[in-house]
Design a protein around this ligand. Structure first.
Ligand code: NDP
Ligand code: 8X3
Length: 261
């Protein structure tokens, strides 16, 4: 907790799931002195998360920022629009991301392909490029990217999503090499199955269909991944948790799941 003292942390996709849980976990771990910049498209939800955190962590200042990371102009304006006291960013958690549908080629809609790539890949890259100069200027800081088992092991019905997460993995690994002479830590955390709004979004709001994904299994929670993110950020500066794969105990690969019937 001491190592996180006074840090300014940006989390994308903090209105739900893993991102929201990560915001709460940072605040629980360092409730006395921390700044959190929480971004997502749903501003009201971000404000609720901010109220929740400020209710239990009196030393945490929370700044909710409406930001659609798939819109490059919004990302490029992000740092310039921050209040002065939030500009000294130490940690970027690139978490915002989504999957659309289960369609297979040649039936994948162009709109869905665009949404997945512009959010999970070009949005994440733009956000990283916006914040990296601040980290380079002080030669320290963390970029923590949320990848997925899907980026290591592509599955039928997930070709585009899997390709986006493979791109996150390549971008992350190349950047770690590019920043080798700095103290900037480049980290990727790959979750297996986590129950969040992920499947509800995948199936266009169909909660019944989403529920079926988790029938007979015990998925991870957003908090489980949040703990790993905060652990990585809280290590001694010379310790880089470069690459972590996290499964629930019933899962051994993207498609290897033990279901109780
Ligand atoms: P949720 O759907 O619960 O959360 C996704 C978050 O991303 C929301 O806060 C959403 O906010 C935000 N988001 C989506 N699109 C945009 C956008 N264009 N601009 C800004 N924010 C956006 O899902 P998870 O918590 O599960 O997902 C978080 C990350 O974890 C994703 O990158 C996902 O791919 C990854 N992941 C998830 C797994 C799972 O099984 N759940 C497994 C492995 C990885 P809003 O809608 O308000 O914009
Ligand atoms: C989410 C994991 O395998 O359900 O990234 O697509 S999977």
């Amino acid at each position: 907790a001491q190592r996180l003292k006074g840090k300014t942390i940006v989390i994308t996709g903090a209105s739900s799931g893993i991102g929201k849980a990560t915001a709460v976990e940072f605040a629980k771990t360092q409730p006395d002195d921390l700044k959190l910049i929480l971004t997502a498209r749903r501003e009201d939800t971000l404000k609720e998360v901010a109220r929740e955190i400020e209710g239990f962590a009196k030393g945490v200042k929370v700044l909710p920022v409406k930001l659609d990371i798939s819109k490059i102009d919004q990302v490029q304006a992000f740092v310039g629009n921050l209040p002065e006291e939030f500009k000294d960013i130490d940690v970027l958690v690139n978490n915002a991301g989504l999957v659309k549908g289960m369609a297979q080629a040649p039936e994948i809609s162009t709109a869905d392909i665009d949404t997945m790539f512009s959010t999970n890949v070009t949005g994440l890259i733009a956000m990283t490029q916006a914040i990296l100069p601040l980290l380079k200027a002080k030669d320290r800081g963390d970029i923590i990217n949320i990848g997925s088992i899907a980026g290591r092991e592509p599955y039928a019905g997930g070709s585009i999503y899997c390709a986006t997460k493979a791109a996150v993995r390549s971008f992350t690994d190349a950047m770690r090499k590019e920043l080798i002479a700095t103290r900037i830590r480049v980290i990727v955390i790959d979750p297996g199955q986590v129950e969040t709004e992920f499947s509800v979004v995948r199936f266009g709001g169909d909660t019944e269909k989403a529920k079926k994904v988790y029938e007979g299994v015990e998925p991870l929670t957003g908090e489980d991944i949040a703990e790993v993110v905060v652990f990585a950020a809280g290590r001694r500066e010379n310790v880089v948790l470069a690459d972590t794969l996290v499964f629930p105990s019933h899962q051994a690969a993207a498609g290897v799941m033990h279901r109780k019937t």
